[in-house]
Design a protein around this ligand. Structure first.
Ligand SMILES: [Zn+2]
Length: 194
């Protein structure tokens, strides 16, 4: 593992963000520090994603953006501030890059194909996540608005729904934003058939 992988394996974006001053609610939402955000638009856990401005990344990337550092400096800063004790040096210094001269055309077209599919998956996942996020916000509202005032009061169906679904939806949003393409494809196939 190089320093980036090692840092990311040890601390989450949420941990570093909280350490450097971001307030994160229990369901992992926060006001985005990268745009003028009045209502929490950022989902943050292992990685982060802002539904308003599109900022996204991991723990290292978060620190790099917040403090205006390079990825490497950011990883070093986390390593120091969290006392991770990762030794830096040999693994970070660049590997030799083999120049690939032959088959350049083939590689390009294949990459383009991959990029095309990638974009489609990304767009689908983003749209789906946005819908789910709206739902999540409604549930947050219902939880407050329909909160029973006494123990005798019967629970409003929307209050019940919010309690039942909030963690599941929150998980799905995470998966859509940060899951592997494979996970997202499996999800899109199973959910699409319902
Ligand atoms: Zn933002």
């Amino acid at each position: 593992m190089n320093i980036f992988q090692e840092v990311k394996a040890r601390v989450t974006a949420r941990q570093v963000a909280e350490r450097y001053g971001l307030k994160v609610s229990r369901n992992g939402m926060a006001c985005c520090p990268f745009h003028n955000d009045k209502h929490p638009s950022m989902k943050i856990d292992q990685n982060y994603y802002c539904f308003a401005c599109g900022a996204k990344g991991d723990a290292v990337n978060y620190v790099a953006v917040q403090f205006g550092l390079s990825q490497f400096e950011a990883a070093k800063k986390i390593n120091e501030d969290f006392s991770l004790g990762i030794s830096i040096g040999q693994s970070v210094v660049g590997k030799k890059q083999k120049p690939e001269v032959q088959d350049k055309e083939k590689i390009l077209t294949k990459e383009e194909r991959i990029q095309f599919v990638q974009k489609k998956i990304d767009k689908w996942a983003k749209d789906a996540a946005n819908v789910l996020l709206q739902y999540l916000r409604w549930m947050e509202f219902w939880k407050e608005f329909y909160k029973p005032e006494s123990t005798e009061e019967e629970w409003h169906p929307l209050f019940v729904e919010a309690l039942q679904n909030e963690s599941k939806i929150s998980y799905l949003v995470d998966m859509l934003m940060f899951g592997t393409d494979e996970e997202i494809l499996v999800f899109s196939e199973t959910e699409g058939r319902r």
